[in-house]
Design a protein around this ligand. Structure first.
Ligand SMILES: [Zn+2]
Ligand SMILES: [Zn+2]
Length: 131
């Protein structure tokens, strides 16, 4: 596979990348589509979807999956954790230092060789606590 810098991307893929890099949230494909249309009117959902898959395969964006929820796209590529609001669905990045004992314990219980552990904090965001 040839090396693709963002300069070598089609304008559709650039628009999708721009949307994700410009968002501090974790957009679903639908939300990326809505924003990408503002940059590039006429872009189709299928093109956005294919661009997301391409950018993910190239390691240019991250993907976050929670159970059966829609995939969300993440500009942050390094290991990190997430906090998700049970009331409004807001998803934010969170960096929790993972103690090595936790990784060891996870390996022991699963009999897997661990590459990483990610933590999901579920609760109520400040906006929803106030509401
Ligand atoms: Zn909330
Ligand atoms: Zn994230």
């Amino acid at each position: 596979m040839k090396d693709v810098g963002s300069a070598g991307l089609t304008k559709q893929r650039q628009a999708v990348l721009q949307v994700i890099r410009g968002s501090d949230g974790h957009l679903t494909a639908n939300e990326v589509f809505e924003d990408a249309r503002r940059i590039l009117p006429g872009i189709s959902f299928a093109t956005v979807y294919n661009s997301l898959r391409f950018l993910r395969e190239q390691g240019m964006i991250g993907e976050v999956l929670f159970g059966s929820d829609a995939a969300r796209y993440d500009r942050k590529l390094t290991r990190h954790d997430h906090a998700i609001c049970n009331a409004c669905g807001k998803l934010i990045d969170l960096d929790l230092p993972i103690p090595p004992e936790l990784v060891k314990r996870g390996e022991r219980l699963s009999k897997f060789k661990a590459d990483s552990i990610e933590v999901i904090l579920r609760g109520t965001c400040p906006d929803c606590v106030r509401a």
